[in-house]
Design a protein around this ligand. Structure first.
Ligand SMILES: [Zn+2]
Length: 586
């Protein structure tokens, strides 16, 4: 990473003069003006009353809770999880300042991303035009009518229709725009046909309303795939966007909870029927990134998933994920309907009132799972009691240690099964004994990059400041991910002493690992090593993903699924580029 030179200092100054910190912060935090200053809930730590303070005169911010502070660059660095250079690039783009000091590689990528974003914006406008103003948009209009989605709602989501054939390519040619950019943006196949042809297109926008990708719904009943999605592009990484958040964020803050639905169409219908704090995880199961994003706006998720097995499982996973990030969850079941879309549509004019009713009755995420696990329990049948106890034990065990005891109490009240039985197995199995009579040692764990990094962070939590800008928790090795997240949360809540303060609430084996690191710290404990490890972990993760895509690609090729092949090729290309980029830098 090049050290900022005098000329890039100029760029920092120029950008700083052109952007307004208050506006930048407001895209992420609801600010209230008091006298000359602004206050809001800190996006960097968990709190209930505003201690995050922005001074517009000095263009600086300070949090009285976590004591983080800085200027517009520091803010963007932390909120976008990037470094100083990345913050400069983002803000320069916004301020229209040309950065000459970028390395050619960085410049190429920034340019490509900019062109892709412009192309997506243009496509959204084109599709919207076709939907409302062209005869070709008729099937889209019919679909919306049948789903009872009005024009006002549709326009708020900027829904559109992609016509058959090469309409978009011709439009771009007429406007003298690059078809290659449209391919990079995942909008067009190499032969110029529209990736979304003959589908209703739904823009997937970030929390600021910028279109990053599309999902598209079939209009013909004989279409085998109901939905298709944009591939990952320089502008879009799956699992990082929350669909509908740009429209829902104010209502989420006002109501104090976000309504988390499964499908984009559920969300559109919800907004049509006045549930305007509804959002959806888009294209994937709910991810950690999405939970962290939502946590900037609220600390309660109302989960409304389909009532089938898959929906219930997704709901359980989401409840656990929310709890791991210190968010509350509740589960809304929609009676007599397969999904919220159907429920709201059939309730018609009563939708808002009936919805309020459901929200008021919604049990917590834990309780919903508990009720499911203990349904039909007969307390006088010991076999059945043990079966239910085992299921509940497993359910309780998935939540953070600090919650388990309270949950066991709740479950005891609900089922009559003793809380002690719900917290631990009735007879602990005797420890395995080695031949010489000493307890068998667990096989020593290979020290991986992520294992090393965990030890380092245990000894030097402040290294999180650098590490978290290099690495998302999703990229962390799966085995070590839960402890990593817990440590990060402790750091974010309590700063450098947060880990010590929270440690008693950690699962025993995690406490063990941390105490061992304290007793025998790893060889090199400094920020540079931490960053290096973080980069290595990220690279390994990306390589793993690339292998997965390549495997999937050969499968799709065998199955002659040309759409999927194109999608996977684009993903592999993008990932390959990123990997070469990283390898070159390190
Ligand atoms: Zn704070």
């Amino acid at each position: 990473m090049p050290v900022p030179t005098l000329s890039s200092d100029d760029a920092f100054a120029e950008v700083k003069a052109k952007v307004d910190l208050v506006k930048v912060v407001q895209e992420h935090v609801r600010l209230t003006k008091r006298n000359k200053d602004y206050w809001g809930l800190c996006p960097f730590h968990q709190e209930d009353s505003p201690s995050f303070h922005v001074n517009p005169q000095r263009q600086s911010w300070y949090c009285f809770g976590c004591e983080r502070k800085g200027d517009v660059f520091t803010f963007v660095e932390l909120i976008e999880k990037t470094d100083k250079r990345g913050a400069l690039v983002l803000l320069a783009e916004r301020a229209g300042v040309e950065l000459k000091q970028l390395s050619p590689d960085q410049k190429d990528r920034a340019d490509l991303r900019k062109r892709v974003l412009a192309m997506l914006k243009l496509a959204a406008q084109y599709y919207e035009y076709v939907l409302w103003k062209s005869p070709a948009g008729e099937p889209g209009r019919r679909l919306l009518e049948s789903r009872r989605v009005g024009e006002e709602t549709a326009r708020r989501f900027q829904l559109g229709f992609a016509p058959a054939g090469r309409g978009f390519a011709e439009y771009l040619r007429a406007k003298k725009r690059s078809l290659v950019d449209a391919q990079e943006a995942g909008l067009m196949r190499r032969d110029g046909t529209d990736f979304f042809a003959e589908r209703l297109v739904i823009p997937i926008r970030d929390e600021r309303g910028q279109t990053l990708a599309f999902t598209a719904r079939a209009v013909r009943a004989d279409e085998p795939k109901k939905y298709i999605n944009s591939p990952e592009t320089p502008a879009y990484i799956k699992g990082r966007v929350v669909f509908g958040l740009d429209l829902a964020r104010d209502e989420i803050a006002r109501r104090g909870h976000a309504v988390m639905m499964e499908g984009q169409f559920d969300v559109i219908t919800a907004h049509q029927f006045a549930v305007t704090n509804a959002v959806a995880s888009s294209g994937t199961a709910l991810t950690e990134e999405q939970v962290r994003l939502l946590k900037r706006f609220t600390d309660e998720l109302l989960l409304v998933f389909d009532s089938d097995r898959a929906g219930r499982d997704a709901s359980r996973k989401a409840a656990v994920l929310a709890a791991q990030h210190a968010m509350r969850s509740r589960v809304v079941a929609v009676p007599g309907a397969k999904d919220p879309d159907e429920f709201l549509r059939s309730a018609g004019p009563d939708a808002a009132a009936r919805w309020e009713d459901l929200v008021a009755k919604a049990p917590s995420g834990f309780e919903a799972g508990m009720e499911e696990d203990s349904v039909g329990l007969n307390p006088s049948n010991p076999n059945q009691v043990e079966r239910v106890a085992a299921r509940l034990r497993e359910w309780i065990r998935q939540f953070p240690a600090t919650l388990r005891e309270g949950y066991a109490e709740t479950a005891e009240r609900h089922t009559g099964i003793s809380r002690h039985l719900l917290l631990e197995e009735p007879e602990a199995k005797p420890a395995r004994v080695a031949q010489n009579g000493a307890p068998a040692r667990k096989p020593a764990r290979r020290v991986t990059a992520s294992g090393y990094l965990l030890q380092l962070l245990a000894v030097r939590p402040s290294a999180f400041d650098r590490v978290r800008t290099k690495l998302t928790s999703q990229e962390f090795d799966e085995d070590d991910r839960p402890i990593y997240i817990r440590m990060l949360e402790s750091y974010e809540r309590g700063g450098p002493t947060g880990l010590e303060a929270d440690l008693a609430g950690y699962p025993a084996e995690e406490q063990d690992l941390i105490r061992r690191a304290w007793a025998a710290p790893p060889p090199n404990v400094d920020d540079e090593v931490a960053v290096e490890l973080a980069e290595r972990i990220r690279l390994e993760h990306m390589k793993g993903m690339q292998n997965g895509i390549i495997r999937e690609l050969s499968e799709a090729e065998r199955g002659r699924d040309s759409e999927r092949v194109a999608q996977l090729e684009a993903q592999a290309r993008e990932l390959g580029r990123a990997i070469t980029d990283m390898e070159r830098r390190s």
